[in-house]
Every structure is written in structure tokens, then in C-alpha cells.
Design a protein around this ligand. Structure first.
Ligand SMILES: Nc1ncnc2c1ncn2[C@@H]1O[C@H](COP(=O)(O)OP(=O)(O)OP(=O)(O)O)[C@@H](O)[C@H]1O
Ligand SMILES: [Mg+2]
Length: 582
């Protein structure tokens, strides 16, 4: 009879053995613990027993002892097949109980089968004799208990470890889900802000435009001048807010310029002093070595302004703001010690204040969009998330150290570019508005914008024709072709979009200059494939001075075109003036 009794408390283990044995001509009976196995063996004695050790109800050792104590069962070959924390002592105990083999899991199926066959044939040929001396109860029991206790202890430790790992995994999963939710939220906010930015920028262009024109025609001692300045300053703030929203949503195209970091910081020094006020002193300690980075200077400026604003708010009764730069090498050791970073050479901008500081709970959340501890109306909670967005775009890192009452230190790491830092012009220059006599075709579906562009360009001395949509633009161009030097048009237009209209206009006059302007962030325009290479793109809202300079430069063929490998072509208009209204 080739009937094997398999005893194991784990169903998968029983199943595996069953499949192996049945597939090789054995009959199999299984049991989940010693007591069940004993009952089964007594009912129908098997040819061989394969048993686990640690099992509920009755463990393998007890089961083996019971078999050896039973006259009908003691001659059945008994194999222990176990994986749980096996030591020499366990094996010794098993053999002393009369077991024939002690096999450690997992075994190659072929080897296990060979062992089973060998044991059976040893019995059949009489090479092996069943052990019939049942060892004295007392002696075995002590040993048995010790071994089992030891095994259980180890199993408990193992379970606890598995539990800890599981908890860690659940935590990681929760974190990933939270990140995903956060990313989806950011994406939704991004789409929303890009949408409103379009309309918002059109309105701002009109406010800037008419305001600036009024200012141009006003004498310097006009009593209305102050009020107009206030209007334009508010428009500038609104422009910055739109810009911040776009940076935050990462829908703003990144200008990649080679920058001299210290120079860029010096450029905003005055602005920072204005932000923090007189009660806070600003200590600058810039590195002696010039540091070259590839970044968007506007973004660097934005980060410093946001950090200075936070520092000011943290020091209501005055204090000290320190701003420093340095170069560090991030290596594996640094990453291990600080828990962040990617190896490489980095410029570090450190911004420290002597303000109220933050507790651990606040620190954990400061980069979340809309997280603020400021009272309603005082903070939107976007400042640091904007910084975070900028740093991500620049492949940098940010790290914060703060304790309640101990001030705060923010360190920003940006990759250093090899080579010399370019000279930075530290004084934003203001220049006279360039004028001209050429003829420009203005195409925009927004009446307010069209009227403003027409009026403004006329005041600068240009001749202006205008059209409301793509189709009208083509008609006007066809009629006035000989006279028009530049087409200034919106990208998204009714009837025929800007790009199609431009293509038809070019088919009439191939070297005509086309300057697009759009309230959509330019990557959206690129993404929708609206622009062709060779066409130039401006972002609304342009201040009148920017517009005048760009139009002049386009007419003179002096616009700077930057091309980024792998990202399509990006056109950047380098404006040689500060961002202020005339
Ligand atoms: N230097 C600092 N000292 C103490 N707390 C700070 C500092 N910087 C930031 N915080 C804390 O982080 C929070 C988030 O800052 P964040 O700049 O993102 O938003 P905000 O300043 O509250 O609002 P917003 O910048 O949009 O006007 C702040 O409300 C404040 O609690
Ligand atoms: Mg802030």
C-alpha cells in the first residue's frame, strides 16, 4: 500500500505535497494537525507519515510520540518536514522520538520524492527498523516543551516583524495615495488657473495700456498722476498674482537662462529691503565665487520675495534676515545624512530669520498649497508651494530647519552649471519707448484689446489696420498687402485661428513678420500645436513699454529666438527694460 498521510496546518503546503505525491502514484490522506492525523491514522494506518512540527491542537512531536506509543502505528515510517526555525536540537528531539528523517523545507520536489521512496524501500527491505523504544515520558516532555517554546518565541518575533513590515507598506501606500490626490488637485487647480489667466491677462493688458497712455500724456505735476500710479501699481500686483498662479500650476513656460546667481540676488536686494521694512535688518553674505546656474531670473526673484515676505510676517516686532549663497557638493553621504538630494554640485541659497519659528506639525505642511497659519485675508498659503513648484522645475531641492521661537532657515539647492557666471546687469534700465512709422495689422477678437493696440501703436507713430478674426485679417491683408510690415495677432481667433490665417497671409507674402500674442500660457499654445516654427509668441499682459520694444525689435529683425532641444522650439523675447510701466 502506498498511502501517505500528510500533516500540515498550512493548506498550501498540504496541497503542494498532495499534488507531488498523487502525481507520482501515491494515495494521499491529509490532516491539519496532529490530533486529526492521529485519528485518521488509527482509522486507516498509512504506509508513511510526513508531518510538520508547529501546528495547532497537537504539534508534530506529540503526534510522533503518540504514533510510537501506539502498537498499530509505531512501525509506520515517520518523516518530519519542517521549515520553522530549525536547529540541531530540534532534529535531535525528533530522532529521539523515533522519527526516521528530519527534512528541512523547502526541498526540491524530486529530492523529497526520492527521500520518501528511499524511506519506504528501507522499510520494505528491512534495512530500517522502526524504533520501538518509546523514551521515558518525563525526559522527553521537558525537552519537547523547551523546543516548542523556543520555536513559538521565534515564530512570534517573526510575525511581529512581518506585522511591522506590513504596517510600513500600508503607510507607504497611504502616502502614495495622498501624493496622487495632491497631484490631481494641483492638476485641477493648474487647469483652472490657466483658464482664468487668459481672460485676466486680456483685462490687464487693457488696464496697463490705457493707464500707460494716460501717463504718457500727463505732465509730471498733474494732480491725477498719483491716482493713476496707484491703479497701475495694483495692475502690476494683479499681473504678479496671475504669474504666481501660473508658476504654481507649472503652466508657465520656464525661461532657461544662464544666470549669475549672486548678481540676480543683488538685483532684488532693494525690493527685498522694501518688503521687510525698516525694523528688520538684511544681512547678505554672498559667496566670493560667482555661481552660474540655469534658471528663470523671474522665478528666482519670486522665490526670494516669497521667502522674505514670510520672514517679515514671522518677525512682527523686527529682527534679522540673513541671505547667503554658497556652493556644496551633494554626495551619497549627504543624501544618507539629510534624507534628500541627488548627487551633484549645487548652489545653495540660504534664507534665515530670527522670527517666531514653527513647530513640527506646521513644518510638515508648509509646502501644501493653501496651507496657512495666517488669519483670513492675510495669507493665501501659496507662497511656499510656488517656491516648491519652481524648485521642482529647476531640479533642485529645498530643506527647512525651524523650531518654535528659534527662527527658520530655508535652504534652496539649485544645480550649478559648469563654466563662468555671466555678468549680470544689476541696474534695471529704463529706456525711452521706441517708436516707428511702419504699418501694422492688429488682429484680435477682443474689442477692448484691439482698440487699445490701435490707439497705442498709433500714438507711437505707426499706421494701424485692424481685423476682428482670422478671415477678416486675410481680407485686410490682401487689400493692403503692399503697405503692411508686421502682423500682430492673437493666437486663438474665431472663424480662422491665428495660425491658419498666418499661413494664408504668408502664402501671399512669404517674408511677412508675424508676432503672436496670447493670454494662454505659451506651453498650452505649443501643446495645441498652434504655432509653427519661425513664428514669434508674446504673452499677455504686456506692459505698453514691453509691447513697444517687442514690436520695434520684430520690425528690426532683432528678436531673440531660443530653441530647446527635445522640447520643440521656444521663442523668448528678451526685453532690455525693467518690468515697470513707463
Ligand atoms: N519664515 C517663517 N517663519 C515661520 N513660519 C513660516 C515661515 N515661512 C512660512 N511659515 C509658515 O508656513 C505657512 C505657509 O507659508 P506660505 O508662504 O506658503 O503661505 P502664507 O505665507 O501663509 O500665505 P501667502 O504666502 O500665500 O501669502 C505660513 O502660514 C507660516 O505658518
Ligand atoms: Mg507666504
Amino acid at each position: 500500500m502506498r498511502h501517505v498521510l500528510v500533516v500540515d496546518d498550512i493548506a498550501e503546503n498540504r496541497y503542494l505535497l498532495e499534488v507531488l505525491l498523487k502525481g507520482n502514484g501515491f494515495e494521499v490522506q491529509s490532516a491539519a494537525h496532529g490530533a486529526e492525523a492521529l485519528e485518521s491514522a488509527r482509522k486507516e494506518p498509512p504506509a508513511l507519515i510526513v508531518s510538520d512540527i508547529l501546528m495547532p491542537v497537537m504539534d508534530g512531536y506529540t503526534f510522533c510520540r503518540e504514533c510510537k506509543a501506539d502498537k498499530r502505528l509505531r512501525c509506520i515510517p515517520f518523516i518530519f518536514y519542517t521549515a520553522t526555525y530549525t536547529e540541531k536540537k530540534d532534529q535531535a528531539l525528533a530522532m529521539s522520538l523515533g522519527a526516521d528523517r528530519f527534512v528541512i523545507k523547502p526541498q526540491e520536489p524530486g529530492e523529497l520524492l526520492a527521500l520518501i521512496r528511499e524511506t519506504l524501500s528501507d522499510y520494505l527491505t528491512g534495512a530500517a527498523q522502526p524504533s520501538v523504544d518509546v523514551p521515558p515520558e518525563e525526559e522527553v516532555l521537558r525537552e519537547h516543551n523547551q523546543v516548542l517554546f523556543h520555536k513559538l518565541e521565534k515564530k512570534m518575533a517573526d510575525l511581529e516583524q512581518a506585522n511591522r513590515e506590513l504596517e510600513q507598506k500600508i503607510l507607504e501606500q497611504q502616502r502614495t495615495e495622498e501624493q496622487l490626490r495632491q497631484a490631481q488637485k494641483m492638476e485641477a487647480i493648474g487647469r483652472f488657473s490657466a483658464g482664468i489667466a487668459h481672460d485676466f491677462n486680456n483685462m490687464l493688458t487693457v488696464i496697463f495700456g490705457y493707464g500707460a497712455m494716460m501717463l504718457m500724456n500727463m505732465s509730471s505735476d498733474d494732480p491725477q498722476r498719483d491716482k493713476l500710479d496707484q491703479i497701475l501699481a495694483a495692475a502690476e500686483r494683479a499681473r504678479n498674482l496671475t504669474r504666481s498662479l501660473l508658476i504654481f500650476s507649472r503652466k508657465q513656460e520656464l525661461k532657461r537662462e544662464r544666470l549669475n546667481l549672486n548678481g540676480s540676488i543683488k538685483n532684488v536686494e532693494m525690493l527685498l529691503r522694501r518688503i521687510i521694512g525698516e525694523d528688520i535688518s538684511l544681512i547678505m553674505s554672498l559667496s566670493e565665487e560667482e555661481i552660474a546656474i540655469i534658471a528663470d531670473s523671474g522665478h528666482i526673484e519670486q522665490m526670494l520675495m516669497n521667502l522674505a515676505t514670510n520672514a517679515r510676517d514671522a518677525m512682527p516686532t523686527g529682527g534679522m534676515l540673513s541671505l547667503g549663497t554658497d556652493v556644496v557638493e551633494i554626495d551619497e553621504e549627504f543624501v544618507k545624512m539629510h534624507g534628500f538630494g541627488t548627487p551633484g554640485r549645487y548652489a545653495v541659497i540660504s534664507v534665515s530669520d530670527t522670527g517666531v519659528g514653527m513647530d513640527a506639525a506646521t513644518l510638515q505642511r508648509i509646502f501644501e498649497p493653501f496651507f496657512t497659519t495666517k488669519e483670513t485675508g492675510k495669507g493665501t498659503g501659496l507662497g511656499l508651494s510656488i517656491i516648491y513648484g519652481i524648485i521642482q522645475q529647476h531640479k533642485g531641492h529645498i530643506n527647512v530647519y525651524s523650531e518654535p521661537g528659534q527662527g527658520a532657515t530655508f535652504r534652496i539647492y539649485l544645480p550649478v552649471m559648469p563654466g563662468d557666471a555671466p555678468d549680470n546687469d544689476t541696474t534695471p534700465c529704463r529706456q525711452d519707448i521706441p517708436r516707428g512709422h511702419e504699418t501694422i495689422l492688429v488682429v484680435d477678437d477682443d474689442t477692448a484689446i484691439r482698440d487699445y493696440l490701435e490707439l497705442f501703436l498709433t500714438e507711437l507713430g505707426y499706421r494701424v489696420f485692424s481685423a476682428r478674426d482670422g478671415r477678416e485679417a486675410i481680407d485686410v491683408f490682401r487689400e493692403k498687402m503692399g503697405q503692411i510690415d508686421l502682423v500682430l495677432m492673437d493666437v486663438i481667433l474665431p472663424h480662422k485661428n491665428g495660425r491658419e490665417a498666418a499661413r494664408e497671409i504668408r502664402s501671399m507674402k512669404s517674408d511677412i513678420k508675424v508676432l503672436f500674442n496670447s493670454g494662454y500660457p505659451s506651453d498650452l499654445v505649443h501643446g495645441r500645436n498652434l504655432l509653427e516654427s519661425g513664428e514669434l509668441m508674446l504673452m499677455k499682459p504686456l506692459t505698453p513699454s514691453e509691447l513697444a520694444v517687442t514690436v520695434r525689435a520684430a520690425l528690426d529683425g532683432e528678436l531673440l529666438v531660443l530653441s530647446e532641444v527635445g522640447k520643440g522650439t521656444t521663442f523668448t523675447v528678451r526685453l532690455p527694460i525693467g518690468r515697470e510701466v513707463i
